[in-house]
Design a protein around this ligand. Sequence first.
Ligand code: DX5
Ligand code: ZN
Length: 216
Amino acid sequence: MSHIVAPSLLAADFTDLKSAVAMVDRSPAPWLHLDVMDGVFVPNISFGLPVIQAIRPLTKKVFDVHLMIVRPDNYISAFRDAGADVLTVHAEACPHLHRSIQAIKAAGMKAGVAINPHTNVTVLEDVLADIDLVCMMSVNPGFGGQKFIERTYSKIAALKELRTRASSNALIEIDGGVGDMNAKRLIIAGADVLVAGNSVFGAKDPAQAIVSLSGK
Ligand code: DX5
Ligand code: ZN
């Protein structure tokens, strides 16, 4: 399978989200990554339901919504109604992770689970067969433009093994510090989805940056 590029809107010019979404819409990237932060689970606040709802009519691309919030269960149907296709919750924010996953799927979305850099992939062992995506954080969540954590490569290898043992089809998504300098190595390591914020929207030519990441 060829990999999926998911530009992260967090790094876009917030005064002109319409153009940012239109650029992604014209690009070969099949997904748009949307980072929701609550200032509690992570030390930053980004955007939420009204923004996702507002941009939904602008594109048919897959909305890959990454919830960095506490109590995500309270908002599952709201994010579905706003237009999320894939809804990802953090393992660290969900005391009843299995229940959260089932609720996302029952609401008609693909279910993702994100893990922080300090979280071992083994926490996913008993849910891996139930989920569609693992979002492996390769930076500490909360901010774009951070340095990629090198240990991610060995975590991908461990997750791939676990995935095979669990007979799971979950996609492996890498989120944080991804760009031309590490995309190729990540794909060889087993990444299925590459999230790219600053390496796309911070580039001189964002559309070209997506083309370049797509061709790795
Ligand atoms: C970080 C977010 C990322 C972020 C990635 O908390 O989850 O999706 O937008 O940004 P870059 O690609 O700039 O590291
Ligand atoms: Zn993200």
